[in-house]
Design a protein around this ligand. Structure first.
Ligand code: HEM
Length: 419
């Protein structure tokens, strides 16, 4: 298939292309470190250049795409709602730049201390074991049930929110995310209304959490760190709510995809699965290799703040430059035999968590969750096998967020809880 056509299918989330985008990336890389999909759409394909772009945070900025709302075509009421959604999204770390980003990020990052992360790793292990207890009676089960639920519960624990509120918070988060991905045709009115209602609900919920925290402080939570920052005047109320929301949003499905796709890849590469089962100390390396081999976030855009040169290409101010993490992670200039899954690779400099000032704030937590799950699952169910033809598995219909939607497995003999 012609490369530009394949790239268009990838961006459109075509099921056949998104399940294995790597041949398309390879062809793009072979054309150069920058591949022009359209005259205004450069893709950065190599590890070296993608990393350099991530580190060039003065000239390459993150941005929320507000033009997707097609404001002129909206009713007055929807236009007002859309503007408020854009203003709320600007409170997300991932959409901030410069000193504001630095200020809010340095407040939030204090929640990710080694002792807090270790506590959450133990919690994740317990949740994984409890899940496996429930699933153990069933001959076949869908492991995505666990890979969806576990990170959500870990996030509730991190936030310091009651676990039973998880579904409610998640549905507001989904409504807020529902206004994304409509670049071409504008956002439907009912989505704008749902996203706008979600913001009101999230604000009220965050305020109630803060009240609760004042009465019953939980010093292990992200909330306690953010309340302290707010009381100290380092962030305001809106930034507190925005940070709670972005952490919930950025930390959930990314981790779901790492857990589901990681186990899928290990089961398909039986030799690697057997090595992990024989030596659970390999879980740490298995997680790094899973992140490299099938990165949950395949690409992220940056906007050129000024006319600039990238890899010898002239980029005009305002151009959206797509950094292909999935391609960088399979770049043969950095990774020997990049299409081979090998859980004993060392010093894996993958870009699955990005780099530079926006590098994933939850990377140590995500790593520990995945280690807990890989370790627990491989110890308890070494005979586990996929219970479907891999070619029949459905993947997220999305170019950026890469993961299996269902993971049917046959568990086999249960060797019992280890922790
Ligand atoms: C396997 C799981 C995860 C993956 C693959 C992942 C990936 C990423 C990537 C690639 C970025 C950088 C985006 C960019 O440069 O534009 C990022 C940023 C971020 N991640 Fe993660 N993430 C994961 C888990 C988490 C978790 C568990 C949390 C929270 C507990 C989290 C919170 C965030 C936040 C808040 C940002 C924005 C940081 C900033 O802009 O300063 N992520 N993540």
């Amino acid at each position: 298939m012609e490369l530009d056509r394949a790239a268009s299918l990838l961006l459109a989330g075509d099921p056949q292309v998104v399940r294995n985008p790597y041949p398309v990336y390879r062809r793009m890389r072979e054309k150069g470190a920058v591949y022009w999909h359209k005259p205004d759409m450069p893709f950065v394909t190599t590890h070296a250049l993608a990393k350099a772009c991530l580190q060039d945070d003065q000239r390459l900025l993150t941005r929320r795409a507000e033009d997707r709302f097609k404001l002129d075509s909206l009713s007055e009421e929807d236009r007002k709602r859309a503007r408020e959604i854009v203003a709320f999204e600007a409170l997300h770390l991932s959409g901030m730049n410069g000193p504001v980003h630095q200020r809010v990020r340095s407040a939030a990052v204090r929640a990710f201390t080694p002792s807090r992360i270790a506590h959450l790793g133990e919690f994740a292990k317990k949740v994984a074991n409890d899940f496996l207890d429930q699933l153990a009676g069933e001959a076949d089960c869908d492991l995505v049930q666990m890979s969806y639920r576990l990170p959500l519960l870990v996030l509730m624990e991190l936030l310091g929110a009651p676990h039973e509120d998880a579904d409610m918070l998640k549905s507001w988060g989904d409504d807020l995310a529902g206004v994304k991905g409509f670049a071409a045709g504008g956002v439907p009115s009912e989505k704008i209304k749902a996203g706008h209602d979600a913001i009101s609900n999230l604000r009220a919920y965050a305020a109630s959490l803060v009240e609760r925290h004042r009465k019953q402080p939980n010093n292990l939570s992200l909330l306690s760190v953010l309340v302290e920052a707010r009381d100290g005047g380092r962030i305001n109320d809106e930034e507190l709510t925005g940070t709670l929301v972005i952490i919930l949003y950025a930390g959930h499905l990314t981790t779901t995809d790492l857990l589901g796709t990681g186990i899928h890849d290990l089961l398909l590469h039986r030799d690697q699965w057997s090595r992990l089962c024989a030596d659970p100390n390999l879980a740490k390396g298995a997680v790094e290799e899973a992140l490299r081999f099938n990165a949950p976030v395949q690409m992220m855009p940056r906007i050129a703040a000024a006319d600039m040169d990238i890899g010898g290409h002239r980029i005009a101010a305002g151009t959206s430059v797509m950094l292909l993490f999935g391609s960088a992670n399979r770049d043969p200039a950095v990774f020997q035999d990049p299409d081979r899954l090998d859980i004993s690779r060392v010093n894996i400099d993958h870009l699955a968590f990005g780099k530079g000032v926006h590098v994933c704030i939850g990377s140590s937590l995500a790593r520990l969750e995945a280690q807990a799950v890989f370790d627990t699952v491989s110890r308890r169910f070494p005979e586990m096998r996929l219970a479907a033809d891999p070619a029949d598995l459905e993947w997220n219909p999305h170019p950026k967020f890469h993961g299996v939607k269902r993971l049917p497995v046959r568990l086999g003999r249960d060797c019992g809880r280890t922790a």
